[in-house]
Design a protein around this ligand. Structure first.
Ligand SMILES: [Zn+2]
Length: 678
């Protein structure tokens, strides 16, 4: 029998990576789907009346084998992939989405779920069970299960049309990005650019068979040019091209698509009984409704605006003094900000890196987890792993109880995608009275050690490690009954709280002293460097905040709109949405919405606010730690009991209030960001 379909007989039942062959995956997943289908059939064919146990609970524990195999497969496809795995992924993905569609469209199953849902008040369920029931029911109803056949068809038509439009939107943005070239033949036009950026530009030109240098609208080319290039005319030219994506009244224009997407999303929401698309989306978010989001954004705006205007004035004065700039324009912002930052801080990665040897930072984050939550990390070399670079740990609590397996995979290699992430091989849950502990992993792409130097992290890499480790704690400390609401399976405007809050320790002297020691001399990082890190981290925070808020407000202006069919000019609509957040003069030939892929192509519609929302939460939560000491056992215990261990078992605002004693307030963030007085 296929090794993947059998229970793993390894120590701690971890994945037997070294024994799995690529060709095992496809048949194992097919068999997993077959078995999961049989489990669903057993639910729908049950002659007994539907109950929470025989329907909702059975549904949540179904497909366990399939989930186990697919997590291994997709985790490998991200962290250690190759052509063969990628090819298998192409075959596997449609099978899995077909299977999940089959469940959503299973009317007999929905009838049973609905019967339990309708009787929920008389069932004497725990809070966790009620949450699970609600989640399962919504999984069907939000996909139209309650609609009559003709409306179901309408919904399917809208979904089809929407997915086509979103695809086209993305294709247009990509084509616009790839089509543009700024060809430079006079080296003086590159004045100010770092050598590495010049080198890149030269290579890009070579690849396109041209002399000289080539700047494109791809971020790695665009950002350095806008940040460092002295030539103001060329910055203007490039910025205008960047801002006009999807707004050139040609075949790649996205204006019509934006209007259509907004209208169809609205119709879809109405069909399902929601006032607007934002009402539909936010029902399953901590923020709950558009009113809360709009109040949240406008409240922050009011508080951040004075600081943003001050910063803008200082920056304008600086540009005037330096180069006689009369009116600061969009294409000047990045350039003069960088110049001012250099003047004020004189801080670069090379100065900090010697204090952040990877091994020291790992020990530091483990020590912090021990001080806060009593966790112990023991490296265990007998756990099977998918690559030699991967480190494996057994995690126990202060009484020696087994908590979790923790994998850490730090260095880049050919088969690993970019970025950093936390992931789960096996979630935590309680089954047959046994608390089955999770297998958690973090994957990063940090600076590698060389023959002469250990791995020395940039400060950004340090905060990334803390961030992912914060997600990992959320997974490791999970203590719930049902797998689908365990660990990080929470509303997505709540999921960044555990990760972002942990980043705060990177800026605290008491924490840095535990691990930020010079890799050669052992000297603890000097206080003035810590102060500089803090100050530079909040540089131009007011303007940055205004920018984030403007995107959030634009998002809401499209999706919380009760009559999107009355909007006929994308540009005019956008200008109105930006009215209160504007610092730079408007540029008539540019438009943001036509290339705002986050909300018109990706999954962030009515969700852009969540970046700031998560920051408010983490600052407010950390403020509580600071009030009682950053290693306060009392606050840590509350955070563990009410947030880290609870997963999605309850409404996040309820969980948060139980931890904090009150609702989150924006003041802590505004103080941390230096936008209001401390
Ligand atoms: Zn995160």
């Amino acid at each position: 029998m296929n090794i993947l379909n059998k229970p793993f007989d390894t120590q701690f039942h971890t994945a037997p990576f070294s024994k799995i062959k690529n060709e095992d995956f496809l048949p194992a997943i097919k068999k997993g789907i077959e078995d999961a289908k049989a489990e669903i059939d057993a639910i729908t064919n049950n002659p007994e009346a539907p109950t929470f146990q025989n329907t909702i609970e059975a549904l949540d524990f179904s497909g366990e084998q399939l989930d186990r195999i697919s997590s291994i497969f997709f985790n490998l496809n991200s962290a250690e992939t190759n052509d063969e795995i990628q090819k298998i992924a192409q075959e596997v993905s449609p099978l899995l989405s077909e299977f999940s569609n089959d469940i959503t469209l299973n009317e007999t199953l929905f009838k049973r779920v609905k019967a339990v849902y309708d009787a929920k008040d008389s069932l004497d369920l725990t809070t966790e069970q009620l949450t699970l029931l609600n989640k399962k029911y919504k999984g069907f109803s939000r996909n139209g299960a309650n609609l009559p056949e003709d409306k179901k068809q309408q919904l399917r038509d809208i979904d089809k049309e929407l997915s086509k439009l979103k695809l086209k939107f993305g294709e247009n943005v990509l084509a616009e990005t790839n089509k543009y070239e700024l060809h430079i033949t006079n080296e003086a036009d590159l004045d100010g650019l770092p050598e590495s950026a010049k080198e890149e530009a030269k290579q890009t030109a070579e690849q396109k068979g041209k002399d000289g240098w080539m700047i494109t609208l791809q971020y790695p080319s665009y950002i350095p040019f806008m940040t460092y290039a002295k030539n103001r005319e060329l910055r203007k030219k490039l910025a205008l091209a960047f801002g006009a994506k999807g707004f050139n009244n040609d075949a790649l224009d996205n204006q019509d698509i934006v209007l259509k997407i907004a209208k169809l999303r609205h119709q879809r929401a109405n069909l399902l009984g929601y006032k607007t698309h934002a009402h539909f989306v936010l029902e399953e978010r901590m923020a709950k409704n558009p009113e809360t989001v709009n109040t949240f954004l406008n409240d922050l705006l009011e508080k951040a605006k004075p600081a943003a205007e001050r910063e803008f004035k200082t920056l304008s004065d600086f540009a005037k003094e330096l180069d006689g700039i009369e009116q600061l324009q969009k294409w000047d912002g990045g350039y003069y900000s960088e110049k001012l930052k250099q003047k004020l801080f004189d801080l670069d990665d090379e100065k900090l890196k010697p204090y952040f040897k990877l091994e020291n930072v790992i020990n530091g984050v483990f020590t912090i987890a021990e001080k806060l939550y009593g966790l112990q990390f023991e490296e265990i070399n007998t756990i099977d792993k998918y690559h030699d670079d991967v480190l494996t740990y057994k995690v126990t609590d202060s009484d020696g109880n087994y908590i979790s397996i923790f994998y850490a995979d730090f260095f880049p290699r050919a088969g690993k995608r970019n970025g950093a992430w936390m992931t789960v091989y096996k979630p935590q849950y309680v089954k047959n009275g046994e608390n089955s502990r999770p297998h958690i992993s973090i994957v990063c792409n940090f600076t590698k050690p060389t023959k002469t130097k250990p791995s020395l992290l940039t400060f950004n890499e340090v905060t990334t490690l803390f961030h992912e480790f914060g997600h990992a704690l959320h997974g490791m400390l999970a203590n719930t009954t049902y797998p689908s609401i365990s660990g990080t399976s929470v509303f997505w405007d709540f999921v960044e709280l555990p990760s972002q809050v942990l980043e705060n320790w990177c800026y605290e002297k008491e924490a840095l002293e535990l691990f930020a020691t010079h890799y050669e001399t052992g000297e603890v990082i000097p206080m003035d460097l810590i102060e500089k890190i803090k100050a530079s981290a909040t540089f131009h925070e007011g303007m940055q905040t205004l920018r984030q808020l403007s995107f959030g407000l634009l998002d809401m202006s499209w999706h919380a709109n009760e009559a999107p069919e009355t909007i006929n000019s994308v540009k005019a609509h956008e200008q109105k949405a930006f009215e209160n957040t504007k610092l730079y003069p408007d540029v008539a030939e540019n438009c943001m919405s036509t290339s705002f892929s986050h909300i018109f192509q990706g999954g962030y519609s009515s969700g852009y606010y969540s970046y700031k929302w998560a920051e408010v939460l983490d600052a407010d939560a950390f403020e509580f730690f600071k009030e009682e000491g950053i290693f306060s056992k009392n606050v840590a215990q509350k955070f563990k009991d009410n947030v880290l261990s609870q997963g999605g078992t309850e409404d996040p605002m309820t969980l948060y209030k139980r931890f904090r004693g009150k609702e989150p307030q924006p003041e802590a963030l505004l103080k941390r960001a230096g936008l209001i007085e401390k």
